[in-house]
Write a new protein. Structure first.
Length: 190
């Protein structure tokens, strides 16, 4: 999971925690900050959030200041992160990272006729096949035309690749070509 997604999750959960506490009684600014600080102190210790500890510690420092409204800071950060994390381009980059992580490889980018079939990272070759990937996304990060990803490798790795593509849930995938060791999928915006 990316750092932006982790921070979005943390800020969302912290604000939900505060909202549930508000149901019990009306809270002062100091009480709200204290509740959020206590929540974030537990989060900052978790190994899962090691990549974003610096940002969480910054929030903790702000929350400990008496004149700061940590709730409004988290709301602003959450809104900014939500806009960043919700574009198709961001999701596409996340999908590529997930493919690289699951298959322990590096995804290449090439034109269809220029693919080096021997340039494998690890046991597989994964390549985004596109004339101009930047033209697939508009200035706001929305996918405006489809793009293809080629996989070459063993059948068990091909199944893993296929699973990662299907689980992303952000793009519609259509099999453009498949045989025993090859799979080319075309991704469309949902």
């Amino acid at each position: 999971m990316s750092q932006s997604q982790l921070l979005l999750d943390i800020s969302t959960h912290a604000l939900l925690h505060l909202e549930f506490k508000k149901l019990d009684k009306r809270l002062t600014l100091a009480e709200k900050n204290n509740l959020l600080v206590q929540y974030l102190k537990r989060v900052v210790k978790a190994n899962r959030y090691r990549a974003v500890r610096k940002s969480i510690k910054k929030w903790l420092l702000l929350g400990r200041q008496s004149d700061t409204n940590l709730e409004s800071i988290l709301v602003r950060n959450r809104e900014r992160l939500l806009q960043t994390c919700s574009t198709d381009l961001y999701r596409f980059v996340g999908l590529i990272r997930e493919i690289e992580s699951q298959l322990r490889t590096k995804v290449q980018y090439s034109l269809a006729h220029d693919i080096d079939l021997n340039a494998r990272y690890g046991k597989v070759l994964v390549c985004v096949v596109d004339e101009d990937l930047t033209s697939s996304f508009d200035d706001d990060g929305l996918m405006i035309k489809s793009t293809q990803i080629l996989f070459i490798g063993s059948s068990d790795r091909k199944d893993l690749f296929s699973t990662v593509i299907e689980q992303s849930g952000n793009f519609q995938s259509v099999v453009a070509y498949e045989d025993e060791s090859h799979l080319r999928v075309e991704l469309f915006r949902m």
